[in-house]
Write a new protein. Structure first.
Length: 135
């Protein structure tokens, strides 16, 4: 059982890398629902393909193991993201980027995307490979 999840995770990572490359490393997020307490949200993630059509990537992100998909009885399709007090869409994309590109070296990360700079020094963290935008 555990082997199957690891294989699914590796396949999802390969597929997400290909999808992100086609979408110029931009992930669009949309809040579907916020709980009454404000501590949990259902957030959907999309990319825009080469044909300029939006594609859900929730199922692939869920296979990475950090975020779970909404249950059928919840009537939502997004990923469960817990927390408050910060941009939770950014949290979703940053964590996904860290998992998908975490095995790359700093040199490989810089070659994939134009790195952001912090105090004039390139930020080559795997979490910043993807860009996040709200819909």
């Amino acid at each position: 059982m555990e082997k199957t999840k690891e294989i699914e995770k590796e396949e999802a990572i390969k597929e997400l890398r290909a999808v992100f490359k086609q979408s110029n490393h931009i992930v669009y997020t949309n809040i579907e629902h916020v709980s009454k307490s404000g501590m949990m949200r259902y957030i959907s993630a999309f990319v825009i393909g080469k044909d300029r059509q939006p594609y859900h990537i929730n199922h692939l992100i869920a296979k990475l193991g950090h975020f779970k998909r909404a249950t059928l009885k919840s009537h939502y399709e997004g990923l469960k993201v817990y927390g408050c007090g910060m941009d939770m869409g950014f949290e979703l994309v940053y964590t996904t980027s860290s998992i998908v590109f975490g095995s790359l070296t700093k040199k490989q990360i810089v070659s994939i995307t134009k790195p952001r700079t912090r105090n004039g020094i390139p930020e080559a963290s795997a979490g910043y490979v993807l860009r996040q935008k709200w819909i």
